[in-house]
Design a protein. Structure first.
Length: 504
């Protein structure tokens, strides 16, 4: 039973009449309807000559029907390739030429422009899928039979390709197998105590591992249900939380919930778990959330190439600022970035991961795969961190974000944690920019909670007694907000570019 869909089917077959998806307006898709619809879509894809190993690329707005296409792609042994709806046609051109999909699925309103792009890229077929169940894909699938024999594939065959953000060069396609996705979802479902009685409030994007693979796959493996929001909407989330038991989110979700006076302990009385990931959660948000609701947010650590690697425990201490303990079956080690020698407990170095969750490699980039996957199977994440005495993992930042000022290493996360604790600070980013004497000068870009709530000189003064001089920001800039990507991660590359001339 290596095909991931067959694992799902075994789990939800006893609950075919139960809802898989509940729409905000109350409509549902049952597990029986899921199975029938994916059968029709699988038959359509097969009739178009799409099969084992072919790529099915999608750039559509979030919808329940988009998930059905993902599952149908698994059933025919093809490879799901979700793409961020925010990508421009120019950006899409790279992905389409690199992946060479057999089919591209886009929103109906984009068909004219993207159809021409696909023609130029040699993509043979284009179908459309809208957010209201409209478009040519479902119209064609409606005439197909719902019975389909799911292809028996090997566990190491590809189920999906997710492209990395490409902030440090050409975007790379991470190849994820049926076993990569299945093993990780099974581990998390057990660790986070999911049952068929759970109701997940799903407000994440479905082109990313968190919303697509972590959230959706766990629900399918436990026969639970999702209240499926088309996007993050604070008012709708407040309305639906009393009907939910679990929320998976990014830190922005939680800071914005805390901004609402009607977000109360009573409102979340039915909730059992709040999960956060994709970006660091401020310790202040962790503490304020716990005080307001009685719930400690469970922070975890994952990435495109590995799905989830670590998690704070369900029953034991959930430590603010830590991403918890390695998942069962996953090994994490800290190594010296220069020598690759494992470091002792407490040493700050490169985070490396090995386990059944780790991807097969980068699509058509064997040299890059060899650079980032060691011969012993450990993947070099590019993140820097350390373990404390209890085995909890703390992330100091990305290796590329490390600042070397006057020959000394400055880890941005250490400086950011101190600034975040200062009155009036909403959040901050610490970066290194060119400096004529030091090589790199430390710069802090700080978002204030309200206009005039913080001053640059006051931040410098506050840090003077707590940080070594070489770690202190030489310049502090106060801004309204920090640039983020679709998953809520602060875009430090944009900040480095914007403030590159600070010490010129």
């Amino acid at each position: 039973m290596a095909n991931l869909y067959e694992r799902f089917l075994e789990c939800f077959t006893p609950r075919l009449d139960a809802p898989f998806i509940v729409r905000p307006d109350g409509g549902t898709i049952s597990y029986a309807e899921l199975h029938a619809a994916t059968g029709r879509i699988a038959n359509l894809l097969a009739s178009l000559g799409i099969g084992r190993g072919d790529r099915v690329a999608m750039q559509v707005e979030k919808s329940a029907e988009g998930l059905l296409v993902y599952l149908a792609t698994l059933r025919i042994g093809a490879i799901h390739l979700p793409l961020n709806p925010a990508y421009t046609p120019r950006e899409l051109g790279y992905f389409l030429r690199d992946a060479e999909p057999a089919l591209f699925v886009c929103s109906p309103g984009n068909e004219a422009v993207l159809g021409a792009l696909c023609h130029d890229a040699g993509i043979p077929q284009v179908l459309t899928l809208g957010t209201a169940g409209d478009g040519s894909l479902l119209a064609a699938a409606a005439a197909m039979p719902e019975t389909f024999a799911t292809l028996d594939v090997a566990g190491d065959e590809l189920a999906a390709i997710l492209y990395t953000s490409g902030t440090t060069g050409r975007s790379k396609g991470a190849m994820l197998t049926h076993d990569n996705l299945g093993s990780n979802a099974e581990t998390l479902a057990d660790l986070w105590r999911f049952t068929r009685d759970d109701v997940l409030l799903h407000a994440l994007p479905t082109f990313h591992t968190h919303g697509l693979f972590v959230a959706t796959n766990i629900i399918l493996l436990t026969g639970a249900r999702m209240i499926f929001l088309p996007a993050f909407d604070l008012a709708t989330m407040i309305r639906l939380l009393p009907r939910s038991t679990v929320l998976m989110g990014v830190p922005t979700f939680y800071s914005r919930l805390l901004s609402r006076s009607d977000f109360t302990r009573e409102l979340v009385g039915n909730m059992r778990l709040f999960v956060s990931g994709s970006a660091p959660l401020l310790a202040e948000v962790h503490r304020e959330f716990s005080a307001r609701t009685g719930h400690a947010i469970l922070e975890r650590y994952g990435m495109t190439e590995t799905n989830m690697n670590s998690s704070n425990p369900y029953d034991a201490d959930r430590v603010p600022g830590s991403v918890g303990l390695p998942l069962p079956g996953v090994e994490i080690r800290i190594t010296d970035p220069e020598t690759a020698t494992p470091l002792p407990q407490g040493g700050i170095g490169m985070i490396e991961v090995r386990g059944p969750n780790v991807f097969a490699g980068y699509w058509r980039m064997p040299e890059k795969t060899a650079e980032e996957k060691r011969a012993d199977g450990f993947f070099i994440t590019g993140d820097v961190g350390s373990f404390d005495a209890r085995g909890y993992l703390f992330i100091s930042g990305r290796a590329k974000d490390l600042i070397i000022s006057g020959g000394l290493n400055v880890y941005p996360a250490e400086v950011e944690a101190l600034i975040d604790e200062l009155p009036g600070v909403a959040e901050c980013a610490v970066i290194g920019v060119p400096h004529p004497d030091l090589g790199e000068g430390v710069v802090a870009v700080v978002a204030a909670k309200a206009p005039g709530a913080v001053e640059a000189e006051a931040i410098k003064a506050a840090l003077a007694g707590t940080l070594a001089a070489f770690k202190r920001p030489k310049q502090v800039f106060v801004v309204d907000e920090l640039p983020r990507n679709a998953m809520g991660k602060i875009q430090k590359a944009e900040l480095r570019k914007a403030y590159a001339g600070t010490f010129a």
